[in-house]
Design a protein around this ligand. Structure first.
Ligand SMILES: [Zn+2]
Length: 121
């Protein structure tokens, strides 16, 4: 018999990831609301250069946070897809199973510990 991950465990991870995805998506949309550049009512007034500078730094900051959030969202989507396809928990490099300990810490892991180490070198 082939070793497989228990279904309830994968289900639990799946639910967790879906919840996380929802949270991140909400954070991204609330970030967008804070970003003055995405405000459709924003008046482009050249006389208000102080406001412009302030808006620009806020824009840059929110953009940086958004980038981080979006990359974790991509990781989550990839993990969810792998769960659906049944390839979840398999190392992309050596095809061996990623240990449960590792998945518990990093549920979006694509590589086993060994391959991850090799990649870092
Ligand atoms: Zn591996």
């Amino acid at each position: 018999m082939k070793m497989k991950f228990p279904h309830n465990l994968i289900d639990g991870i799946y639910q967790n990831l879906v919840g996380l995805k929802d949270k991140i998506e909400k954070r991204i949309s609330s970030l967008k609301m804070q970003d003055p550049y995405s405000d459709p009512d924003r008046v482009n007034d050249n006389a208000a250069s102080d406001t412009d500078a302030k808006e620009e730094s806020t824009h840059e900051r929110t953009e940086a946070i958004e980038k981080v959030l979006k990359s974790s969202l991509e990781e989550i989507n990839l993990a969810l897809e792998r769960i659906k396809k049944g390839t979840y928990g398999k190392c992309l490099n050596c095809r061996k199973k990623i240990s449960l300990d590792r998945l518990a810490i990093k549920p979006t892991a694509l590589y086993c510990v060994e391959c991850e180490r090799k990649k870092e070198k």
